[in-house]
Design a protein around this ligand. Structure first.
Ligand code: DGT
Length: 225
């Protein structure tokens, strides 16, 4: 029997879905901007502004200020915002590719996985978040068609993060970026990721990364350009 996702795609009811993945500071936003020039591609950066203003609460800031206390609420909100982006219908019929920064799968297999491992989440909280993910996976078409993984080394992205000076991230230690990196590696090297993973070396300068994006455009857009 066909899955909901396969049925939806085979009937061409939804666009090709690409998730741009990578550690904090790996250059995901630049990658997304690179594809803005295509009329048939709908791009979605991470909705940071939403996470910073949940009826006046800066959930991103709260999460970094006390990970034990706020990770559960933050991951809940992240799940919701990623779900909205991932499954919403395209803005107009000409859109054949949807590209977004991180995915529902990322929350589950990268950040939530790490939060559990580091005891930022109690087991009961972890089970609630996992149940949400399982429900979404079973009842909605959240499948990805391609993951573009901007692979970096933690020290390189830590230096970049420090340079850009985002207020909420000022206390983030190198150790945290190492943990996020390890979670990415575990997730994306597993045999059951569910779609192809295109890995790009994002330690290099932006021009080199953009050259790769140019070279792989056909593949990244699923042949839709
Ligand atoms: P880029 O262009 O690769 O530098 O990426 P940015 O700056 O657009 O986005 P990034 O990766 O730094 O993410 C924004 C912030 O949100 C960053 O402090 C990490 C955090 N973040 C995003 N998703 C999650 C999540 O699911 N869980 C946790 N704990 N943090 C997250």
């Amino acid at each position: 029997m066909k899955s909901v996702a396969a049925a939806a795609r085979s009937l061409r009811k939804r666009p090709f879905r690409v998730s741009i993945e990578g550690n904090i500071g790996s250059g995901k936003s630049t990658c997304i901007k690179f594809f803005d020039k295509f009329d048939n591609v709908e791009t979605h950066a991470e909705p940071l502004h939403e996470w910073r203003d949940v009826s006046g609460h800066n959930l991103l800031g709260l999460m970094y200020s006390d990970m034990h206390k706020w990770t559960f609420a933050f991951q809940h909100y992240v799940h919701l915002s990623r779900l909205k982006i991932q499954i919403s219908p395209p803005a107009h019929p000409g859109i054949t590719v949807k590209m977004f920064e991180r995915s529902v799968q990322n929350s589950r297999y990268c950040f939530v996985h790490n939060a559990k491992k580091q005891n930022f989440l109690e087991d009961a909280e972890y089970q609630v978040l996992s149940t949400w993910f399982d429900y979404s996976e079973k009842n909605l078409d959240i499948d990805l068609d391609l993951i573009v993984y901007l692979k970096t080394t933690p020290q390189v992205v830590w230096d970049r993060m420090a340079k850009r000076g985002r207020a909420e991230e000022s206390e983030v230690p190198l150790e945290y970026l190492q943990q996020v990196h390890d979670s990415y590696e575990n997730w994306l090297s597993a045999p059951n990721v569910g779609c192809e993973v295109l890995t790009i070396d994002a330690d290099r300068n932006l021009d080199c990364v953009k050259d790769d994006l140019q070279r792989y455009t056909y593949k990244i857009l699923g042949g839709n350009h």
